[in-house]
Design a protein around this ligand. Sequence first.
Ligand SMILES: [Zn+2]
Length: 196
Amino acid sequence: MNITPIIDKCNEFFQLKLSEDYFNIVYLKDRKEIDKYYGSKTASRLIWFTNKKDTVYILDKENFETESDKKYIPRDYETTIKHEIVHLCFRHKTWAGRPIWLNEWLAIYLSGKLEYRHPNILKFSEFLSFYYEGGKSVYNESWLIVKLLIEKFWTETFKNLIEKIKLLNFKQKDFEFLFKEIYWFDINYENINKYL
Ligand SMILES: [Zn+2]
């Protein structure tokens, strides 16, 4: 798979200068290999993971359906690799990869998967709980909160926020403090819901 376009996109968005050689895509042939690289026994739904630095591990498409409980869809397979590359770039940019809700949304946005994850949000009520860890519903609100931050405010303001994350102590309250410094309001549901 040609990963140049997604790397170019990330470099432009995150103001990075990562070359293609920086990344490794490792195609694992079966469950045994997944377990070996993952470091423990994995469930059949686990088909990819990344290390903390530069490598995406993914089950090879040849054995995709026999070694997992997922269906092989070429477009999704490629989007997954792009999605994981965005995570690696975000981690490179911010040093910690948090907030998770921001990290996940950017991965969806930049990998081009945005169009098929659009639950209708009438009120924000949970995205802030996905700061340190993800979860099944992490995508529900995060797509809209970041879209809102980009569209209702300046894109440059949003990029400024991302730029400064690495200066933080990685704690949620430090991020909240930074957010206020940049957006001039507290990041909480009451304030964010006003912009819906
Ligand atoms: Zn992700």
